[in-house]
Design a protein around this ligand. Structure first.
Ligand SMILES: *Cc1c(COP(=O)(O)O)cnc(C)c1O
Length: 445
């Protein structure tokens, strides 16, 4: 029993609080059900004495103002790692963001508005990709490169009355988070015929392994590691000759989505190179070096893309309209934040970093940017960064804006390479407040 004097008697009821929110005309994005849950949680806090009953209303307003329908928090990537998998890989260009926004309602993703009839899904995206890569006869977009690999191998093996894909032991890659490409391929029932050794595989190894059950020859770019020393692996061109001799398709997993050579990435194979050297299908990610949304893109011959598109898994792996919209805009707009960060002029980065350091009285250090995302393994991008007290990493990460630094050897390194300059003022203000606080109290936690 709550006694007459008990302050808990003063906890406002649900209806009164709902009415209060309506009267205050607070701009918020949450549903009625979520609002009720928020109210009930605050009432519970007041009952347990965590907050005073007369704080419930203020607390409710504050929580509502801070509430967002999605819990995903925008992050300023100050790590210097361009394709940061934990941050959703590539940041989209402005035109890709706009395209996503426009595609959120009903759109003609699978309809020709001229005839009013059903059309090929994502026709505009297909055109943009074929304009960017005229070396390919056709293209199919799926959910991601892993899906593209599973689909392409499934369609050319059991989808074609065969059983196995031939792959080099030097290309049995784990892509991250414990996922291994050979397991992925085998998961659709494709048998893997492994040939060669970890460091050396020859065309003869492939040749000897081909049987009547062979559905495809597979070449996977080991993008997240590199081997040196006594190594060899057949080129796409050599495998092409063999594939023609045995009349089996040659599939290349290029990975990064780098379409054409880039001087910064001297050793990264490209999609166009693999097509020119005779691959029947070349697959890659949309959100690595292509700088677009999560997607898997399969460039190839008309015949093979047709076969792949008709496999039942193509329906399970199909790309959604938002990804198709973002991908088309990414390809058409020419540049992306990923490409810009990759080519960031070191001198310009120095000036920007130095400016910030002077305003804050902190140190500038040399700091190499990285490609990340399992691409450009070993490539270093010379640049500069702020060196901050390691204790700042936490408040920066959890602040507003959230700023993710790179914690390394007792420092929080703040690299501006992947951050648009329009955020510099906010970063300086945030840091000034945190550093000031630290000086006053001796600690920042
Ligand atoms: C990254 C990568 C994949 C996986 O791509 P997702 O788009 O993440 O599915 C597959 N193969 C190679 C060679 C890669 O580099």
């Amino acid at each position: 029993m709550v006694s007459q004097q008990d302050p808990r008697r003063n906890i406002p009821g649900t209806d009164r609080l709902l009415e209060f929110v309506a009267q205050q005309q607070v701009d918020h994005e949450i549903s009625d059900a979520a609002l009720k849950r928020m109210i009930q949680q605050l009432q519970a806090k007041a009952r347990s004495g965590d907050i005073a009953p007369d704080q419930v209303k203020d607390q409710l307003l504050a929580e509502l103002a801070a509430s967002r329908a999605s819990s995903l928090t925008p992050v300023l990537n100050a790590t210097g790692v361009i394709i940061h998998t934990n941050l959703g890989r590539s940041a989209l260009s402005q035109s890709a963001r706009d395209a996503v926004h426009d595609a959120t309602g009903y759109v003609d993703v699978e309809m020709d508005l001229g005839t009013g009839k059903r059309s090929r899904r994502g026709a505009g995206t297909r055109h943009a990709l074929l304009e960017a890569v005229p070396e390919a006869e056709d293209v199919l977009v799926v959910n991601n490169a892993a899906a593209a690999l599973a689909l392409a191998t499934a369609a050319t093996t059991h989808g074609a009355g065969k059983k196995a894909a031939v792959i080099s032991r030097g290309e049995l890659v784990e892509i991250g988070a414990g996922f291994r490409l050979p397991d992925l391929i085998a998961s659709t029932g494709v048998e893997l015929t492994e040939v060669g050794t970890t460091n050396r595989t020859t065309v003869e190894d492939y040749a000897q392994a081909i049987t009547a059950d062979t559905g495809c020859l597979l070449k996977i770019h080991p993008s997240n590691f590199w081997v040196g020393g006594f190594t060899s692996t057949p080129s796409v061109a050599e495998l092409r000759t063999l594939a023609t001799e045995h009349d089996v398709p040659l599939i290349v997993d290029q990975g990064s989505g780098l379409l054409r050579p880039d001087p910064v990435l001297k050793y990264e194979p490209t999609v166009v190179e693999a097509l020119n050297h005779g691959a029947d299908a070349v697959l890659c990610s949309g959100d690595k070096l292509l700088g677009g949304p999560q997607a898997g893109i399969i460039f190839g011959t008309t015949e093979l893309i047709h076969k792949i598109s008709r496999h039942p898994l193509a329906r399970a792996f199909r790309a959604d309209k938002l990804a198709l919209a973002a991908l088309e805009a990414t390809v058409r707009s020419g540049t992306t934040p990923t490409i810009e960060a990759l080519h960031y002029d070191a001198e310009q980065l120095f000036h920007r970093t130095h400016d910030m350091a002077q305003q804050l009285g902190v140190e500038v250090i040399e700091h190499d940017g990285r490609v990340g995302g399992g691409g450009g393994a070993g490539v270093r991008l010379p640049g500069w960064a702020l060196s901050l007290n390691k204790e700042l990493a936490y408040p920066l990460r959890t602040g507003n804006p959230a700023i993710l630094t790179r914690v390394h050897q007792d420092c929080a390194i703040l690299d501006l390479r992947c951050i648009p300059a329009e955020h510099d003022t906010a970063i300086v203000e945030t840091l000034r407040a945190l550093i000031g606080q630290k000086h006053n109290s001796g600690t920042v936690e």
